[in-house]
Write a protein that binds this ligand. Structure first.
Ligand SMILES: C[S@@+](CC[C@H](N)C(=O)[O-])C[C@H]1O[C@@H](n2cnc3c(N)ncnc32)[C@H](O)[C@@H]1O
Length: 319
């Protein structure tokens, strides 16, 4: 990977990760085929039905301990699922292991009002809808019509009937919707990021986009969106922030900013015991992050999961 990827990227990685972790990352960047993972869509099926169908078709799926309904296909690939009715009928939904963590650990309960602030194409919206069992509303926001069309399509196929889609720039969601003030119990902020998980040395397109200025731009986009969203959370309720990138400027720096600017936000333990999770990064270049940022978790890329960063907050009343 050293001769192919941008030098600045390699320098950053070697500063952040141990040599052992770099071996894992190297494998991820050079891997041509990754394991298939999925989530059981509990609005249409059950884990028991799915496992039975897979068994009848000589396919083996292992449950991922840390997830509610997440599985890894051990002896097949995506194309082995395509012709099965459980796939065609959207009883299973291809979703990476890491991408299932934020919603599973958000603490959504029946009748909660959930906001998914940059929602398309809907992995997390549909997961939240399934946890709510269509009992109450999920508001899903995105500003890109093509991706909203995909979101709509996905939700219909999965029988997610409790989602209200709003096309809007998330930065202005609070100004445009005064009724949303302190309205939501749970907020999913899986924000636009530099998406470094996509990098693969076999696909030039996947790293051609990479630059430090793009990372910095994303920090400011995330900050503006979060500033708009925090007033919408009810007291004593929850925000989960996640990205699928590894740059500390978009992860730890954003959590540091939130904790410094919003005394009403308390960072929470996520209590995840996963072999590919890694502790936070306490400093990067000249920046030293607050100690409480350490409750954030990073998921390392592996043969079964992709990069992810997750932090969970409770909003409390400050006197
Ligand atoms: C990382 S993706 C979200 C993935 C989604 N949470 C899921 O799990 O399927 C980021 C999304 O943010 C949207 N987006 C980017 N900037 C936005 C903005 N200012 N307002 C609203 N949506 C935005 C993009 O269109 C994209 O769909």
């Amino acid at each position: 990977m050293n001769n192919i990827l941008p030098k600045d990227l390699i320098d950053r990685l070697t500063e952040i990760y141990t040599p052992l972790e770099m071996e894992i990352i190297d494998k991820w960047f050079s891997c041509e085929k990754r394991k298939t993972s999925f989530r059981v869509n509990t609005l249409k099926s059950s884990d028991r039905e799915i496992l039975a169908v897979l068994k009848d078709n000589n396919l083996i799926a292992t449950k991922v301990d840390i997830l509610k309904h997440g599985y890894i296909l051990e002896n097949g690939s995506e194309s082995d699922l395509w012709w099965l009715d459980i796939y065609k009928q959207w009883k299973i939904y291809l979703q990476s292991i890491s991408s299932q963590i934020p919603v599973d650990y958000l603490g959504i309960k029946d009748f909660n009002k959930v906001l998914d602030i940059t929602a398309a194409p809907g992995w997390k919206t549909s997961q939240a809808s399934a946890i709510l069992k269509n009992t109450w509303e999920v508001v899903a926001v995105d500003n890109n019509q093509i991706r909203i069309d995909k979101l709509n399509f996905t939700l219909k196929r999965q029988w997610c009937r409790n989602v209200n889609i709003i096309k809007s720039d998330a930065k202005f969601i609070s100004n445009k919707n005064p009724d949303f003030k302190e309205f939501f119990d749970c907020v999913i902020a899986d924000l636009p990021c530099s998406a470094e998980w996509k990098i693969n040395i076999h696909k030039e397109k996947s790293y051609g986009f990479w630059s430090v200025s793009n990372i910095k731009k994303n920090y400011y986009v995330q900050k503006d969106i979060l500033n708009s969203v925090i007033p919408l959370i009810k007291n004593n309720w929850t925000l989960i922030y996640s990205t699928c990138t590894l740059a500390p400027e978009e992860n730890e720096a954003v959590v540091h900013m939130l904790l410094s600017n919003y005394p009403e936000l308390q960072i929470q333990d996520i209590n995840i015991d996963y072999k590919y999770s890694k502790k936070w990064i306490s400093w990067f270049w000249k920046h030293v992050y607050r100690k409480d940022v350490s409750k954030s978790i990073r998921i390392l890329p592996s043969e079964e999961s992709e990069w992810f960063f997750v932090a969970k907050f409770k909003k409390v009343k400050v006197t």
